[in-house]
Structures are given as structure tokens and as C-alpha cells.
Design a protein around this ligand. Sequence first.
Ligand SMILES: Nc1ncnc2c1ncn2[C@@H]1O[C@H](COP(=O)(O)OP(=O)(O)OP(=O)(O)O)[C@@H](O)[C@H]1O
Length: 696
Amino acid sequence: MVVDDESSNVRVVARIRPLSKTELERKSVEAIVSMSSLEKSLNTGYQPTTDPELLQVKVPDGQKRWFELDAVFDKNSSQEEVYIRCGARHAVRENIFKGFNCTVLAYGQTGAGKTFSMGTAVHGVTVTENDGMIPRCCVDLFDCIKEKCDGNAKVELSYLEIYNEEIRDLLAEEEKPLKIRETLDGGVYVSGQEDRVVLSPIDIGKLMEEAAKKRVVAATAMNAVSSRSHAICTLKISGVVESADGSDKFSSKLTLVDLAGSERIKKTGAQGGRAKEGININKGLFILGQVVSALSERGKGGKLKRKPPFRDSKLTRLLQDSLGGNSRTIMLACVSPAAYNIDESINTLRYATSARNIKNSATRNLVKNISPEEAAKLQRENQLMKQQVKELQETVKRLMDQNTTAGSFAVSDDEASVHSVATAPLTGPEAANDHSKHVHDLEKEVESLKKEVLAAKSDVRKSASASAIELPALKVQIAQMTEELEQAEGLAAENEELRLELADAKADAESARLAAAKLSDIMDKLKELKEDEIDKKRIEYNHMKKEEAWVSFVFQMLNNHKEQMTRLHEDFDLVLRIVESPAMMSVPGNKPRRNLWNAISGNSDEQVHDPELRQQLLRDHVNFFCNKMREIENEIKAESHSLKQIRDGIKKDREKLQGDIGMTEFVRESLRKDDTDLLQQLTEMLIGPIKVHTDP
Ligand SMILES: Nc1ncnc2c1ncn2[C@@H]1O[C@H](COP(=O)(O)OP(=O)(O)OP(=O)(O)O)[C@@H](O)[C@H]1O
């Protein structure tokens, strides 16, 4: 689709220059190629279209990257093709005369071809093949003024450069401080800058040639003629165009920008002042990059996500209108094709692709259907002004010619002046001096008259346009302020919500902390209880073991006593039988009894027949038996008493232990319940309330 007047996005095109001599010497390969089709230009006569084109970059690791832009130009593209297909010709021929401000801006690495593409001064009323955008715009502009305004429009030129963050007027004879100011509708202008009325492309050419001499350029390792400043050339155009419904009064601005190139100080080999320039250039371009990126990111409802930092550099302030403001803007991204410069080229292209998202809101500075009287008045004014400028120019020329013929000092070049003095003919040095002084005075007078006329014109125009723009500008300002207020209110509400959420989160965190502390307390207690319980079990076990030992001891004792009793009983029985029948002692095979007798009585077998002795032995044995029985009885009594004591003690201990164990169980049960409640609380806190399903 052919570019129309409705599109508001910044139009971004890229130009790949041929490999330079140094790049060829370095044997650098072409890593960037245009993917656009060849027929485009042939079929459309270079008509700028809205169909995007591709550019391919071969990155060092062998991979390929593609960038989509509004148009791509390669090493074979002519200056004319670039001028037309990038949309600059359409801007000059159409947009300017409809009251739109237009900007053409070249951007890219140092030595990438910005100045080559933008061009410099115009050299004639027509262009030559190698002329860049600026001369082409100027020639087209005046051609159109002839066609559309009957040659009747006012064109003023201003030319500024930003060098080391200072604005310099390239048209001013003396350096003076310049300040950036803002208009009511948010536009920016430089107060104190010279606006020169120009009547033809040649006028512009002459002024720009003069100005170019003042521009800071220097040789660096990357470019033999490297621009060390950003140059902004502005043409203000106002006039009347005939439309279908009558006459329309328009005023517009054409801004042509040749930026200084971004550079790697190491690559350019810049040192001292050059390096400082480089740093300032990069700084300004960095902020421009930030502005572009902020303007290209929009959130919901198309609102910008963040505020572009226009105020952070002079360059971005001056380009405020061209980026995201009231202007139709074309950006020309210049790149070197060399693999050696691949990083810088990718940066330029990345920046270019984001710039494509910038939406401008260009409005028409046009007053429709002005009355025929006003149109005639404006035309008369313009003609008058043109006449005056022409006359002044002629006067200056005549005087210069007179001076030259008279061998005077009109040549401004110092060397030439010295030469003229030395060779001044006939009239002699005094006359020459007088004449020169006269010419100088006249020139001064002419210049001041010229300025007065311009100032008066400019005042009239400014007051007329001010009143025309004041109301809409105020409206725009109010709308902007209301929008900002709404945004602020929205932010305040969001803030409050966030604050409440934060307070909730804090409260949740606090109760979680308390619950966790309580839980750990319970765990500690449970642990203590467990240890207690183990201790108690150990005691119980020890008691049982003791008890068991005592029982077996008593059992042993009783057995001993029982054995003793049996033996006593046997002895007693034997004694009784021997006493009753001593003859049994002599029974054959009764040797063991005899031995026992001997052992008990300590007497011989023979003595057993003595009755007296037997009676005595029986008495002794009965006594011995009774004593022994008493002894055993006492022993059993004593042992059963202490046994009872021990059993009572064990019983008491066991009762106490059982009580303790019961209490432990109770505490553990209640802790377990607490524990479960707490666990539930914590879970609910983390995942929300737990639903208890009940049967319907
Ligand atoms: N498309 C092109 N065709 C042929 N030569 C070109 C082209 N573009 C640039 N050149 C040449 O490359 C060199 C560097 O170009 P130029 O001075 O325009 O770079 P620049 O981007 O303006 O650099 P700087 O930012 O340093 O001023 C010049 O010699 C110029 O003639």
C-alpha cells in the first residue's frame, strides 16, 4: 500500500552502504544484506509503500537474524531511490503543504553513511545524482511552492549544532547563548536562534555552506571526515494553498537531522578532546535510545508505560516534537555491511525496530477557508517581504561588485584582503579605506534593516499563529493534565490496595510465627514427656527385677530351711529308733546308720547299748532339735517381715508409677489435640479454609 497522510507511526528505513576501503583492506565480509525484492522500485517508480521489507544479518556464530523495517536500501540504491522510497519526498511535497511538521533523521554508527545520505548544501536549482536528502528536500520544496502557492510562501532557515551538550547557532555571526524554551502546546523552540529568510534552494545552499565551515568535523580511525556534533537544519514554511473549497493558510516545519555517529572510543582511536566528544555523542545518543524505547512501549489503553526522558539531553529536548509529538517522522538507520561492525549494526537495527512502534500525533497547522481578503493580504505581505529581501540581496551584491571592481576589501577572506591592499590600484590606500568603510557601514545598515523587517514579520506571524494555536493548545494541555490527574488517582488507589494487602500479609505472617512458636513448644513438651515416660518405665523394670530377685531369694531360703528341717527330722527319727532299739545298729548292711550315730553322738557302737547314755543322747537331741527349730522359726519370721516391707514399698512405688503414667497419657492426649488444632489453623492459613464434607 502506498504511504498516505493518515499513518502516524514513525517510518523507519535502513540503508546498508557498500564496504569501505578500510573494510575491504581488512578483508571484512558482508554480513548484512537486504532481502527486499528488486521489482519494488521498478514497478512503483520508487513510490513509498507501507509493506515492510526485511534485512538479514549473519551473526558470527553462523546464525541469521532478520529485521523488519518500512524499507531497506542496499549498496546499489541510489540517492534518489532512498529519498523517494523512505517517504521524504512525499513529506515535502504533500505533508508540508497540508500543515504537518515533518522530520527526517539519520542515525547510526560513525562512518555508516549518515552525512552521505542526508547530504549537505544545495549547489543549484536542480539536484545531481549524488545529492542527498537535504538538497533534494530544498529543491522539491521550492518547486512545490511554485506549483502550489504560486511561488508565494515564506521559508525561513535555521541551522543548529549540538556539540558537547551545548547548542550552537551555525548561522549566527557571533556566538551567543541559546536556550531551549517551551510553547504553550508543549512544543519546544530555541530562543535567540537566527531564522534566515530564504528565497531559493541556492540561498539555502549558500547559508549551509557557510555554516558547514563552522561545524565540528575531525578525522578518526573510523571516518576521515567524522561529524563530531549533531546537526539540526530546520525550514519553517508558511503560506496559502488553493484547495477545492477555497484558500487554506498553512504553517509547517521541516526538520532535517544529521546525528553524530555512535562510536566505540577504542575503535575510533579517539583521545583527549576527541574522546570527550565521543563520550558526549554516545551520551546524547544513549538518552535518545531511552526515549525511543520508552515511546515504543505502551501498556493497556495505549498509554506509555514510562515517561520518556526527553529532558535528560539537549538532543532529545530538541527532537521532542519529532519523536512522539507533533510531526511526521522518518528515521534513516545507516549501517555498515561489514562483519567487523556487526555489533554496532545490530544495535542500530534493534533501535530502529523499536522506533517503528512510536506513534506520533501530528496535527495540521492549517486554517481552512480563509477569506479571499486575508489570502490576498498574506500573499501581498509575502511578496513584499520577498521583494525587500531581493532588493537587499541585490544591494549587497552591487556593493560587493563595486568593491571588487574598485579593488576594495569586499572579499571577506583575510588573505584576499591583504592581497587587495597590497595591489590596490590608482585610488590609493586612503580612498580604498574610505570606500571600504562606507561599504561596511552600508552592509551593516542593510543587515540591521533586514533584521528589523524579519523581526516585524516574525512578530506579526507569531502573534497571529499564537492566537490561532492558543486555544487548541490550552485544550490539549488541559486534556493532558486531566489524564495525568486520572493516572495519579489510579496510582493512589492502587497504592492503598497494595498497602492493605501488605498489612494483611504482615498479620498473616505474625500469626503464622506465633502458631509455629506454639507448635515447637508443644513438640518440646511432648519430647520431655516421652523422656519422662521412658525413665518411669526403666524404674518400673528395675523394681520388677528387684522383686523377682527377692522372691527367688526367699524361695531359696525356704528351700534351705525345708532341707534343714528334713535333715533334722531324719536325725531325730534315727536317734529315736536307736534309742528305742539299739539292736538295729548291729543289723548287717546298717553301716551308714552306725556311721551317722557315731557322727551324732561321738560315741562308739558299743556305747549304744548303755540306756543311760541313750537317754542322755535323746535329751540332747530333743534340745538341739527344739533350738534349731526356734532358730529357723526366727529366721523365717525376720525374713518374712523384711519381705513384707519390701513388697509394701514396691506396691507403693507401682501405684505411684501408675498414677504418673495415667497423668502423662492425659497430658499427651490434650497436647495431641492442641497440636491437631494448630496444624489445621496453619494449613488453613496457607491454603484457605478446609471444607468438611457432610453427607446430605
Ligand atoms: N551509500 C554509500 N555509497 C557510497 N559511499 C558511501 C555510502 N555511504 C557512505 N559512504 C562513504 O562512507 C564514508 C563515511 O560516510 P559518512 O561520512 O556519511 O558517515 P557518517 O555516518 O556521517 O559518519 P560520522 O558519524 O562519523 O560523521 C564516506 O566516505 C562516504 O562517502
